[in-house]
Design a protein around this ligand. Structure first.
Ligand SMILES: Nc1ncnc2c1ncn2[C@@H]1O[C@H](COP(=O)(O)OP(=O)(O)O)[C@@H](O)[C@H]1O
Ligand SMILES: [Mg+2]
Length: 311
């Protein structure tokens, strides 16, 4: 369905994405996962034909998004990061207007309008002005306009950002439903979200794809590490090498906050190092002031993926 080759985009001298390659099969739900500024929006704007790449090509169903943009665009529905909704229009009128803009015949718009309103559960809000809707419902209107012309491919840029938790759940459900009949590409900076919705995940960091896998394999690959945070009373210059020498420890970083020395220990998963740590601390006559297991933040997962060779 999508074939992206060597996509590179420069905003002025700065490369937002570099040499991005990926394919999306028909019917697949693909997630772009990456921190802010990774290049997700840039990639999505390129595949939807809104931004010509500096280098590289994208074809949708065999149509080049730049050379055959009309054919390509007809196949895409796009929910941009910020949807340009007309706040003083009712949901009905806005969707009608968007249908007309897309070149749909009035006779085709009417039945399709009822369908998308049903699918996006906007039935109670047909006549409501968009300006009066909550962010979550506006997002549904954004999705409704994206699917109006029955595109084969749906591109959703951070579809759940900024909406309340109940709406997040509803929106994810909606995306999964849409994914049954359509190819979907969505972006997110939330790992569990992508894992929940997507068949396959591309992790993008600083404009490069750093990992590509199923959510399950990614999670398995990430399970290899554990972190412990330890506060120790003792001279850091001596403590640090001793901690690093403990079997199973990969790396230790040290912070000194007002004389409180904290060490972040990265270790192999599956072996509880708490005993080993407390023994060396006590054995050296230092004091153990705190010891806890810490989960990995998304930033650390990215860091690990960008520095981890096996992935
Ligand atoms: N219109 C623009 N002009 C200049 N730089 C931009 C523009 N849009 C995005 N960038 C830069 O390109 C990089 C990628 O941005 P973006 O694609 O929006 O990432 P993401 O959607 O993953 O947050 C960022 O460093 C961002 O600052
Ligand atoms: Mg973005």
């Amino acid at each position: 369905m999508i074939k992206a080759e060597s996509l590179t985009h420069y905003y002025g001298p700065y490369p937002a994405i570099q040499d991005v390659n990926f394919g999306v099969r028909r019917g697949e739900i693909l997630g772009f996962l990456g921190p802010n500024g990774a290049g997700k929006t840039t990639t999505m704007r390129i595949i939807t034909g809104f931004l010509p790449p500096t280098r590289g090509t994208v074809t949708l169903d065999g149509y080049d998004v730049v050379e055959q943009s009309l054919e390509a665009r007809r196949r895409v529905g796009y929910l941009p990061e910020t949807v340009p909704l007309y706040t003083d229009m009712s949901v009905n009128n806005y969707l009608k207007y968007m249908g007309t803009l897309r070149g749909m015949a009035p006779s085709a718009i009417k039945p399709r309008l009822s369908d998308v309103i049903d699918v996006c559960r906007l039935g109670d809000y047909r006549k409501t002005h968009i300006g009066k809707l909550s962010k979550g419902f506006r997002q549904r209107v954004g999705i409704a306009q994206a699917i109006l012309h029955q595109p084969q491919l749906l591109v959703l840029d951070e579809p759940t950002i900024g909406i309340d938790p109940i709406q997040v759940v509803e929106t994810r459900k909606l995306i999964q439903e849409l994914g049954r009949d359509q190819t979907v590409v969505l972006s997110s900076h939330i790992l569990p979200e992508v894992s929940m919705i997507c068949d396959r995940v591309l992790i993008i960091n600083e404009g490069h794809i750093v990992a590509e896998d199923t959510p399950k394999n990614l999670a398995d690959g990430l399970q290899g590490v554990e972190r412990l945070e330890v506060e120790i009373g003792g001279p850091a210059a001596e403590v640090l090498p001793v901690l690093k020498a403990i079997r199973g420890v990969h790396d230790v970083s040290h912070t000194n906050r007002d004389g409180r020395h904290t060490y972040m220990i990265q270790a192999d998963a599956g072996q509880d190092l708490r005993d080993a740590i407390s023994q060396v601390v006590i054995g050296n006559g230092w004091s153990l002031r705190g010891l806890q297991m810490v989960g990995m933040s998304l930033e650390e997962i990215f860091l690990r993926l960008t520095t981890h060779e096996e992935l």
